[in-house]
Design a protein around this ligand. Structure first.
Ligand code: UDX
Length: 458
C-alpha cells in the first residue's frame, strides 16, 4: 500500500531519440492526469533532449521530474563501445545499469514517493529485472508497431513458419492479424546474425515478456492496427497508448525550427519535398550524391535534414551544398528540425523517409504522402505497411538512384496516382486526429493503463 496520494510512475529510457521521444510523450499524458512521473535516462541524453538532471515540467495537474541514471561510466556519450556494430555496448549496460536503477528506485521511497510502476522501453530487460526483483509492477513501452511486436513474438516462440532470409517475395509468413509478409518485409533483427547483441537482448525480452511484464503498452492506435492488436491480445496484455506523436520533444535549436517554418511559409501549398532519415541512420556517400541529384531533378523545393554526423557526405559544389549554405533558395538543408511541426505544415507535399516508427506515425498523423527508403530494424516492415497496407506512398528501391527517386516523388506529388495517395493520406490523418481527440483511442489507452496501476495499488 502506498502513502502518496497519486501513483508515481518511473519511466526508464535508453539514450536514443527514437526511444526517449515516445516515452516522454507517454509521461506527459500520465502527468496530465495528475500522476507523478519521474523520467530517467543517461544524463547526456537528458541534456541533449532538453531535460537535464533535476529539471521538472508541470503538465496539467501533474509533474514530470528528471532524475537521471548516474554512476560509473554508464552511458558516457563518447564511449567507443557505442560504435561496436554488434551492439556490444548492451553487455556493458546490462552490467552497469541495474545497481544504478535500483538505487534510484530506493531513493524515491526514502523521499516519500515510492514508485508504483516502472515503464521501460524494449531493449532494457535489465530494467524489468530490477523492478521485478524489488516487487514493483512494471510495463514495457513497445516503441515500434504492434505488427512488429507480433512478428517477433511469433518468430521467437516458433508459432509460425517464417521464410528464410534468401527466400524470394513469393514465400510469405501468415501471422494472425497481419497480411502475408515476405522475407524482405520482416524486421531486420529476425534474420540478423546470432551474435548480434541487440538480437540476443530482444529474444530475451520477447521470450520472457509474458511472464515478466504486467502490461505491454504499444505506441499505436486501434484504427491503425486493430486486427493485429486483437490477434496478439490472447498472448500478451497489450494496451495501445498511441499515437504518441512527438511535439515539443523534437526541438533542435529553436532558431532552426523557426527558420524552417519561415522558409516553409514562403512555399506554395503541398509543394515541398521533405527528406529526413531519423536520428541514427547513416547513408552512404553514393546515396547522398544520388539524393542530391534526384532532388535537383524534381525541380521542386526541398527541405533536407542532414545531421552533423552526415554532413561531410554532401558532395562538393552540388545543389544540396548550395542549399545548405543558403545560396540556393529552392532548397534548404538543416542539421535537425522539429519534424512533427514540419510535417504538419501545409507546404509539405511529400516525405522521403527511412520509416522509423515515429516517423511513420508522424507521417500518417499529418496526412503527408511518403516515399519509403528503409534501412534496418523495423523499417522494412513499416515501409511495407505504408506503401501496401495504408496506401500512402511508394517504395524507393535500394540502392537509391537519382532517376528512381525523382520518379517516386513525382508519383506521389504530381502523377495520376497522386490523387488517390493523397486521399488515403487524408483518411489516415483523420483517423489519427480522431485517435488523439477526446474519447479517442489514445485517451482510452491511457485511462486503461492508469486504472490498471490504481487497481494494483489498491
Ligand atoms: C529508431 C529506429 O531506427 C526506428 O526504426 C525505430 O522505429 C525507433 O528507433 P530513428 O531511426 O531515430 O529511431 O527513427 P524514428 O522512429 O523515426 O524517430 C526519429 C524521431 O526524431 C522522430 O520522432 C522525428 O520526428 C524526430 N526527428 C528526426 C526530428 O524531430 N527532427 C529531425 O530532423 C529528424
Amino acid at each position: 500500500m502506498s502513502s502518496s496520494p497519486m501513483p508515481h510512475v518511473l519511466l526508464v529510457s535508453a539514450p536514443l531519440q527514437g526511444h526517449v521521444n515516445p516515452l516522454l510523450v507517454l509521461g506527459r499524458h500520465l502527468a496530465s492526469r495528475g500522476l507523478l512521473v519521474t523520467f530517467t535516462t543517461a544524463p547526456h541524453a537528458g541534456l541533449k533532449f532538453g531535460h537535464g538532471d533535476g529539471a521538472t515540467i508541470d503538465v496539467g495537474r501533474g509533474t514530470i521530474r528528471f532524475e537521471h541514471l548516474k554512476g560509473g561510466d554508464l552511458w558516457a556519450p563518447d564511449d567507443p563501445r557505442y560504435h561496436d556494430p554488434t551492439g556490444g555496448v548492451m553487455r556493458h549496460i546490462e552490467e552497469a545499469a541495474p545497481p544504478v536503477l535500483a538505487e534510484l528506485i530506493r531513493r524515491q521511497s526514502e523521499a516519500g514517493r515510492p514508485v508504483s510502476c516502472v515503464v521501460a522501453n524494449a531493449f532494457a530487460p535489465w530494467a524489468t529485472r530490477v523492478a521485478s526483483g524489488m516487487g514493483v509492477p512494471h510495463a514495457m513501452l513497445w516503441t515500434e508497431s504492434c505488427a512488429v511486436l507480433s512478428l517477433f513474438y511469433h518468430y521467437f516462440h516458433s508459432l509460425a513458419d517464417f521464410p528464410s532470409r534468401e527466400a524470394g517475395p513469393g514465400a510469405t509468413v501468415a501471422v494472425p492479424g497481419l497480411p502475408p509478409l515476405a522475407a524482405g518485409d520482416l524486421p531486420a533483427l529476425i534474420h540478423a546474425p546470432e551474435e548480434f547483441l541487440w538480437r540476443q537482448v530482444l529474444i530475451a525480452d520477447i521470450r520472457s515478456l509474458r511472464e515478466t511484464v504486467t502490461w505491454v503498452l504499444v505506441n499505436t492506435f486501434d484504427e491503425l492496427e486493430r486486427p493485429t492488436i486483437e490477434a496478439l491480445r490472447p498472448h500478451l496484455p497489450v494496451i495501445p497508448v498511441g499515437p504518441l506523436c512527438s511535439g515539443t520533444e523534437n526541438h533542435g535549436s529553436g532558431q532552426d525550427d523557426d527558420d524552417c517554418v519561415a522558409w516553409l511559409d514562403a512555399q506554395p501549398p503541398r509543394s515541398v519535398v521533405f527528406v529526413a532519415f531519423g536520428s541514427l541512420l547513416q547513408i552512404s556517400r553514393d546515396e547522398m550524391s544520388e539524393l542530391a541529384e534526384g532532388l535537383a531533378a524534381t525541380g521542386r523545393p526541398f527541405l533536407l535534414v542532414v545531421r552533423d554526423d552526415n554532413r561531410e557526405l554532401l558532395p562538393d559544389g552540388d545543389h544540396c551544398l548550395a542549399a545548405a549554405t543558403g545560396s540556393d533558395s529552392r532548397g534548404k538543408v538543416v542539421a535537425w528540425c522539429d519534424q512533427a511541426r514540419v510535417l504538419s505544415h501545409g507546404a509539405v507535399g511529400c516525405f522521403v523517409t527511412h520509416c522509423g516508427w515515429n516517423s511513420t506515425v508522424e507521417a500518417l498523423a499529418s496526412g503527408v504522402p511518403v516515399v519509403t527508403y528503409p534501412a534496418w530494424a523495423d523499417q522494412p516492415t513499416n515501409a511495407k505497411f505504408l506503401a501496401d497496407v495504408y496506401g500512402v506512398g511508394v517504395r524507393l528501391p535500394k540502392p537509391m538512384t537519382r532517376d528512381a527517386l525523382r520518379r517516386c516523388i513525382e508519383k506521389v506529388m504530381g502523377g495520376p496516382e497522386a490523387v488517390a495517395v493523397r486521399a488515403r493520406s487524408a483518411k489516415w490523418k483523420a483517423e489519427a486526429t480522431a485517435a488523439l481527440s477526446t474519447g479517442g483511442s489514445l485517451e482510452k489507452g491511457i485511462q486503461d493503463f492508469v486504472a490498471a496501476i490504481l487497481s494494483i495499488r489498491a
